[in-house]
Design a protein around this ligand. Structure first.
Ligand SMILES: [Zn+2]
Length: 285
């Protein structure tokens, strides 16, 4: 089983996770920029983080034979802090980088006017850079949040096939499917979606335009949830080709629209052992 996790925050994960993911079949992933839990107080703090998603983290992933790409944006939560909003002005110089395959995560957290502005501005940046957008849908008031998100996407210059609506569940999947956007599902250990519920959604709505991710981060989460979904699909009678479509070909098709996916140069043997002079070893050979 080959797996492409289209949404996972590896900065918050360990080398043990990389090793287990590789063993489970993960060969590629996309790391969206997001909120780090601790509020940031200046744009510069974002830029160091963006550089890390473009440099150090792909290097770390490559040590385990996993292709790493990222999505960059001002996240919805911090879009409400005027100390952070200047990030929007600097994003264009990051969106031209080779391994940036979408603008994201953008979307709504509390559905404030500041979030309205950041979402519309960043959908426009995606359109201008011919990049897809990864759009987070709110965890509270999900149905209303999704409807408002879809309205803003419709008003934007970005075609729906360039948009993934993420963190969907049974209450939002129908409206999301009708929008023409891609459908993202985050599989968590105890909240949101779990593998059996995900299988039921795939049975009801088919395997087209479906993206399954672990969204693993610094909170309670599990980077192997993608593999669990693949196993649950097979147990429920889906074919290996169905699993390959959902866990590999769909994310490749979605992020491939950026023209920047590079899935060939990740064999661990031919990646350098250091990044700017630093390795993942602790002084050992
Ligand atoms: Zn996320």
């Amino acid at each position: 089983m080959r797996i492409f996790d289209p949404h996972i925050h590896m900065t918050s994960r360990t080398t043990d996770d990389y090793e287990a993911m590789r063993a489970a079949g993960v060969r590629a992933l996309v790391e969206p920029s997001f909120w780090l839990g601790q509020p940031r107080t200046s744009p510069e703090s974002f830029f160091d983080y963006f550089d890390s998603l473009l440099g150090w983290e792909p290097f770390r992933a490559a040590q385990y034979g996993i292709a790493h790409h990222c999505t960059l944006a001002l996240n919805p939560k911090e879009a409400n802090d005027p100390r952070c909003t200047p990030v929007l002005d600097e994003l264009p110089r990051y969106l031209v980088k080779d391994s940036v395959v979408a603008v994201g995560e953008i979307g709504y957290d509390s559905m404030t006017p500041a979030e309205d502005h950041a979402l519309a501005a960043q959908l426009q940046l995606a359109a201008e850079h011919e990049l897809p957008a990864l759009v987070h849908t709110p965890h509270r008031d999900k149905a209303a949040g999704l409807k408002r998100t879809i309205d803003v996407v419709r008003e934007s210059n970005l075609p729906p096939e360039y948009v993934a609506l993420d963190h969907l569940n049974e209450t939002t999947v129908r409206d999301a499917a009708d929008s023409g956007c891609w459908l993202g599902f985050s599989i968590y250990p105890d909240t949101k979606m779990d593998p059996p519920r995900m299988v039921k959604i795939l049975q009801a709505h088919g395997t087209g335009r479906m993206l399954v991710n672990s969204a693993a981060d610094w909170g309670r989460s599990d980077p192997l949830k993608t593999r669990e979904v693949g196993d649950a699909m097979l147990a429920a009678g889906f074919t290996e080709d169905d699993v390959d479509q959902v866990l590999w070909r769909n994310p490749v098709a979605f992020y491939g629209q950026s023209g920047r996916l590079d899935l060939d140069s990740v064999a661990a043997e031919d990646t350098p052992a250091t990044h700017e002079g630093n390795s993942i070893l602790r002084g050992g050979e």
